[in-house]
Design a protein. Structure first.
Length: 440
């Protein structure tokens, strides 16, 4: 005869059954089902709910299908091909400055993108590349001299330039990791240090922007960011240098019309003086006289005065272009033209000497000097006297390693890439820039 089961026994047996079922369900879920936070993430990406942002910029709590998802650990951020220390590239409000390549529940991988701009009086060159140096977009626009364009003209040029560049690349401003805009007259004309960032931030929202004078990009490109001095002799002239302690000095760059010695504009001004004296008969006429009359189709010498008043006064770049007249005369062996280039070499060397005196270089240290700008396209006509002046003053003359726009890219990459990594980026970029796009 079976004994009747007591109420306590039945209760214990029911409880055991419930516990075994719960344990079996938990084991099955752990074996066959992704973790709850993974399942919740996959089924419902969710929207940010309460909680604090993690260090990566992602929220730790999500609401999924009307209930709270389990809190997730901060997503790990990686940068494609780079070992970037945590925190070097800040992520804000769930956004990281880079191009998202891959995303899953544990990790997001981004591509680092740099923007460089070398904006001079003659042209404004833009480059958009990734950290390996792969070119995403490359464009050249007219010069961006704020003193010439004014506020509205400068803004319109920048809008057109940036919109074209981003359209070429398919990149948004939020995906740019760092940008360096090296612009002429920045820091020289009152208000530019406030106006330029204001304008560019409105055109490139959420893009980390840095600004410098275009002389800084020339230095960084010519010397690959290493200590030394760079001389720019283009439309205008300026010298810029840094020593190993990071101290900087600038000489020249005052004005196309009364200074900027050794520049294309200065060479043209010397030629104008020589032409006037030859036209008057104060100096014997030479190839300078003939070349200028032919260049401008002058039928009467005094008409040259009218050209300067009506044309050059309206467009200062026309003054610098007259340097080509002097070059042709020098190539014909004109002593007056050759003498102008020799004096230009002396003026440029004097600028480098002034910078060396203002910076701190070790005793006996040879100071490298590099160069950039349109004047040096005159080849040996300028380089022969320039090298002689550099040797006399014990400078080590280096051919420019990179162009100014690549210098702007290297400056944009500072803090993200080492000098060696920057070199590799610039080398690969330069190899792709075999032909420059035409000015837009």
């Amino acid at each position: 005869m079976l004994c009747a089961e007591s109420p306590d026994s039945r209760q214990r047996r029911s409880l055991n059954i419930i516990l075994v079922a719960a344990l079996f369900q938990a084991l099955s879920f752990a074996i066959f089902t992704p973790p709850a936070r993974t399942l919740c993430w996959r089924l419902c990406p969710g929207v940010p709910s309460h909680g604090a942002p993690s260090v990566s910029g992602h929220w730790s709590g999500y609401r999924c299908r009307g209930r709270e998802c389990p809190q997730r650990d901060p997503i790990r951020i990686s940068w494609h091909g780079l070992d970037v220390p945590h925190g070097r590239i800040p992520c804000v409000a769930g956004q990281c400055p880079g191009l998202l390549l891959r995303k899953d529940v544990e990790e997001e991988e981004f591509l680092v993108i740099f923007l460089g701009c070398d904006g001079g009086s003659t042209k404004t060159e833009w480059l958009l590349v990734d950290h390996t140096g792969q070119v995403l977009a490359h464009r050249i626009f007219p010069g961006c001299n704020f003193a010439f364009w004014g506020e509205d003209g400068f803004r319109d040029l920048m809008v057109r330039s940036v919109q074209t560049l981003l359209a070429d690349s398919g990149i948004t401003s939020q995906q740019i990791t760092s940008a360096m805009l090296s612009l002429t007259v920045y820091g020289e004309v009152p208000g530019t240090e406030e106006f330029f960032p204001q304008v560019m931030q409105s055109i490139l929202p959420d893009c980390p922007l840095q600004f410098s004078n275009d002389s800084v990009a020339g230095w960084c490109g010519s010397l690959a960011g290493r200590p030394g001095i760079n001389i720019v002799a283009g439309t205008g002239s300026v010298a810029y240098g840094q020593d190993s302690a990071g101290n900087a000095s600038r000489v020249g760059g005052w004005s196309l019309f009364f200074a900027d010695e050794g520049s294309c504009s200065w060479v043209a001004r010397q030629m104008i003086t020589e032409f006037v004296k030859q036209a008057d008969g104060r100096h014997p006429r030479s190839a300078i006289y003939e070349e200028l009359r032919q260049e401008l189709s002058i039928t009467h010498d005094l008409y040259f005065s009218g050209y300067l008043q009506t044309n050059v006064r309206q467009d200062s770049s026309l003054l610098a272009k007259l340097q080509l007249v002097v070059l042709r005369a020098a190539q014909r062996g004109d002593p007056a033209a050759i003498g102008i280039y020799h004096r230009a070499a002396e003026e440029l060397t004097e600028m480098a000497t002034a910078i060396r005196q203002q910076l701190t270089f070790s005793a006996g240290e040879t100071v490298p000097v590099s160069y950039s700008g349109g004047l040096f396209r005159a080849g040996e006509v300028i380089m022969t006297p320039f090298r002689a002046c550099m040797d006399r003053e014990s400078f080590v003359l280096n051919e420019p390693r990179y162009s100014p726009v690549l210098g702007a890219l290297i400056l944009a990459a500072r803090g993200f890439l080492s000098l060696e990594e920057s070199d590799a980026m610039a080398d690969r970029t330069a190899a792709q820039l075999t032909t420059a796009p035409s000015v837009q």
